[in-house]
Design a binder for this molecule. Structure first.
Ligand SMILES: *Cc1c(COP(=O)(O)O)cnc(C)c1O
Length: 373
């Protein structure tokens, strides 16, 4: 049997399957006790006052943009090196993303580039903790304070990560997490808004449920809302997962370290950089290839020996509808573009065996050798 190593894989236990089955045996598949329990345990884990469970990380980001009252033409400063929804959520409200190029080491938005972008239309900063590495929040919070800007953290890839011994998701006015199956913990589809702000929490609760008021009177809609509710089946899984999150993060750290051991010293491969003193929450394991390596050819080679890999990410500003809507072009964010052209996400999940990791690393060496490297 040829090997097949997938890019990601959820980690779900029998007891979590049992929790989900228990929901199916009740009459409450939505708006029941599991969502409330999941919200409570997640808020306790993060150390925040409120959490609002929704049906995706994208919904969570959208509710944050609504909650801060983003309007037509309002600008939000964010990173071009991200998953599309951290910027799309601005477009949902007809806002304008102001991209700031990234730091080549951390691949997060470089705070040094923020201030020059600010205009009188700028309303918020939306840092994205990419691949589970915290953004440099101290300068970001300082700039936000000085210019009276709201901070919303996209922590969808970084649950459990810490910056200066403080969890990401606790710096901004509100923050978001996501639970798609490739994330550190999953609910199938799902997301969460966390905040210490009573008003933001109230608005998000109402807007996820068709704009109903807190009293939840049948068919009384106070404001424009959506169906962004999380169902009970997802919440039951989430409850099981949040209880094991620290263990799962430790497993992921171990897998990353094993990769590091087997890849460090490879001339054409740069292993992921981790800022000294931060707690990384390993979302994906992304290497960078040297300029003379052909990334796409290596991907093809790895696919031919059963190894699934992906380029992560493609610059947001170069997506066709961003180019046509905002006139972005190649060369606008050179660091982001150069990094996007050389990154490769390797298979990465909690229970990836050392044997499989060695196979992936040896295959990378063979694939590069085929290119004459
Ligand atoms: C996963 C992710 C999201 C949310 O994704 P959903 O698929 O909507 O849950 C948002 N931002 C980033 C950076 C992500 O990686």
């Amino acid at each position: 049997m040829p090997r097949k190593i997938s890019l990601s894989s959820p980690d779900i236990t029998e007891s979590e399957i049992e929790m989900v089955n228990n929901v199916l045996r009740t009459k409450h598949l939505s708006m029941g006790p599991y969502v409330a329990d999941f919200e409570k345990e997640l808020a306790d884990y993060i150390g925040c006052k409120h959490s609002v469970a929704v049906n995706s990380g994208t919904s969570a980001l959208h509710l944050c943009m609504r909650a801060i009252g983003l309007k037509d033409g309002d600008e939000v400063i964010t990173s071009p090196f991200s998953f599309i929804s951290s910027s799309n959520c601005i477009l949902f409200e007809r806002g304008v993303p102001l991209f700031v190029d990234i730091d080549p080491l951390t691949m997060n938005m470089d705070p040094a580039g923020i201030e020059e972008k600010i205009t009188e239309k700028t309303k918020a900063i939306l840092p994205v903790h990419i691949f589970g590495q915290p953004c440099d929040m101290a300068p970001i919070m300082k700039i936000a304070e000085e210019h009276d800007l709201v901070v919303i953290e996209d922590a969808c890839e970084a649950i459990g990560a810490e910056y200066m011994n403080k969890k990401v998701g606790t710096f901004g006015l509100a923050s978001t997490f996501a639970f798609y199956p490739n994330k550190q913990m999953t609910t199938g589809e799902g997301g969460m808004v966390v905040t210490d702000d009573d008003e933001v929490a109230k608005l998000c609760r109402s807007m996820r449920n068709q704009g109903r008021s807190e009293s939840n009177i049948w068919l009384a809609h106070e404001r424009l809302g959506y169906n962004y509710r999380m169902d009970e089946i997802s919440a039951a899984l989430g409850l099981g997962q949040i209880r094991r999150l620290e263990d799962m993060l430790a497993l992921r750290k171990k897998v990353a370290e094993t990769y590091n051991d087997h890849l460090s010293g490879q001339e054409h491969v740069e292993i992921p950089y981790v800022i000294p003193g931060v707690k990384m929450s390993w979302f994906v394991y992304v290497i960078r290839l040297s300029a003379n390596a052909d990334r796409n050819k290596l991907m093809e080679y790895l696919a031919s020996v059963g190894i699934d890999t992906r380029p992560y990410f493609s610059p947001l500003h170069l997506q066709p509808f961003y180019r046509s809507e905002f006139g972005f072009a190649e060369g606008d964010f050179p660091v982001c573009e150069s990094i996007a052209g050389s990154t490769l996400a390797l298979p990465f999940h909690n229970n990836l065996s050392e044997d499989d990791i060695i196979y992936v690393c040896q295959s990378i060496v063979s694939g590069l050798r085929e290119q004459g490297l």
